[in-house]
Design a protein around this ligand. Sequence first.
Ligand code: NAP
Length: 275
Amino acid sequence: MYNVLSGKEPANAALEKAQKKVAEMEKKPGLAIVLVGSDPASEIYVKKKLEKAERIGIKTRLEKLGADASEEQVLKLVEELNNDREVDGYIVQAPLPPQIDYSRVLQRISPEKDVDGWTPASMGKLVSGVKSFRPATPLGVIRILEHYGVETRGKDATVIGRSNVVGKPLALMLLEKNATVTVCHSRTQDLSEHTRNADILIAAVGKPGLVTADMVKKGAYVIDVGTTRVEGKLKGDVDFENVIKKAHCSPVPGGVGPMTVAMLISNLVDAAPSG
Ligand code: NAP
């Protein structure tokens, strides 16, 4: 009776659209990914992003630096990529080793090539409602809602999580779509008071099972951004098995994850000159 809000169909639709655009381009778009160190999860994510991009005809490049790379080395590479005409967009995969200040790196990425939408310039544009690259994961959440025809205008939306990469930009995007937005975080006193009223509930925390069925309004739309590896399996923040009995809910895996990669690729294709 309630829908599983799979991210696979909207992700495939977005990738197909991007592929068509790429096919029509004389000069194929170029994506670079900077990977510093050898964090196993990052290596998997990067591989996935590169494979998907290559499959639709994007030229890709992996720039690998050792775990002991200095901030100066990363900033030098960023400068090179800013000036490289073969690279239309690039990302510096997070997390970075502790000797490198990620916020300083973000400040140096050219906003025109910021396909992750994480630089202060892109975030500022989001706050001001100006067109820019929107961060891929929150954009993926918005596209899932659109794909399933979920009305946001005038609806109560609660976002759990306020990180710069998910919760905060997502709250702004929902506001842009005329939802009435509540943002919860680790200091929120009574979480369920805010979740129970939500027509749209987004969990972006990283705590498996945080959102239980009693915290969810009947018939609500629940999007689970959380991904935590538990005994080798990917777990979301939402108790999916019970929540799906009273609300529409996205699964983990197969929900927001595929959308994140697809949105990154859509941003890249938009960044490339179409002539
Ligand atoms: P993060 O930077 O660790 O932020 C987590 C947020 O959750 C923080 O704002 C924190 O509050 C809040 N929080 C922690 N405990 C809470 C609690 N008990 N009740 C309410 N709020 C609580 O994480 P993130 O980067 O935003 O990522 C969130 C989750 O999404 C992670 O599981 C991550 O792996 C996943 N993710 C998935 C994708 C994907 O493609 N599927 C992409 C990105 C992230 P404070 O601000 O007060 O500390």
